[in-house]
Design a protein around this ligand. Sequence first.
Ligand code: GTR
Length: 325
Amino acid sequence: MKNFVRLAAGLMVAASFMSGAATAQTVLKSSDTHPDGYPTVEGVKYFGELLKERTQGRYSLEVYHSAQLGEEKDTIEQVRSGVIELNRVSMAPFNGTVKESIVPALPYIFRSEEHMHKVMDGAIGEQIKKAFEPAGLVVLAFYDAGARSFYNKTKPINSVADMKGLKFRVIQSDIFVDMVAALGANATPMPYGEVYSGIETGVIDGAENNFPSYDTAKHAEVAKNYSLDEHTILPEVFVMNKAAFDKLTPEDQAVFKQAAKDSVAKQRELWSAKVTESRTNVEKLGAQITMPDKQGFIDAMAPVYEKHVKDDVLKKMVEDVKAVQ
Ligand code: GTR
């Protein structure tokens, strides 16, 4: 079924772009791993509504939620090659291809979500956006994803020592693999859709994510120890295939950018409400939330910075982030 949807989406996109400029109606496709109603899905849908309204219906958008088009790594290939025009994904899977995307993925780089907003809404955010272009992508927006923390089915985590020997699924990025190693645990990168069964069958003890993902992917059913270590405040990214963006008229490009910008405010609002709702949901499911000694986690991260913040560009970016008040 998924293959069929993927193929059909591809053909439709090809057909809409073969007809040239959007004189009639162009239906764009966007992918999301999360279910309908999740703040990222709703943020992108809102972008689509604004687009339709502001182009008098010349452009509209279909959001393929719930990983209908595949897991994030696959859909990133689809948007880079133009099979789909748009995609909402995490920034982490880009860490290997877009060097600058490493910066917001670094553990504890942001002091708070407000700090992250200031950085991503400012000059450093622009620098990161630009860095996606050689990868064939235009970044339309950064969305909120709160803080990621570890959860597992084995035991409560109160300190770094409790992490020892546990097996965690991490998002597909070397930074996350090294972060887990620095904490004395073992990391297995795997697609999001495989995490539930991985925990259930014991291939892994747990994973790491924010409350809304832990809740909506039902991971809280199988891994009940959630430790609020908040190791990253990593934003999501909403990208567009660069060739498709470049084909738009300058006026339409401005409409796309403004609609994306307007969708950020909407997504952030939906996000904070969802975090509260999801925290309540997981607690009802029996999740035990611990507040581990965070300083211990922060101190353990030095090797991750040593290994990944090597060149001058990244060193300067890290300094710039720290300097943002
Ligand atoms: C979520 C994020 C998804 C996906 C997932 C994961 O927080 O919104 O895009 O990257 O994490 O861990 O794979």
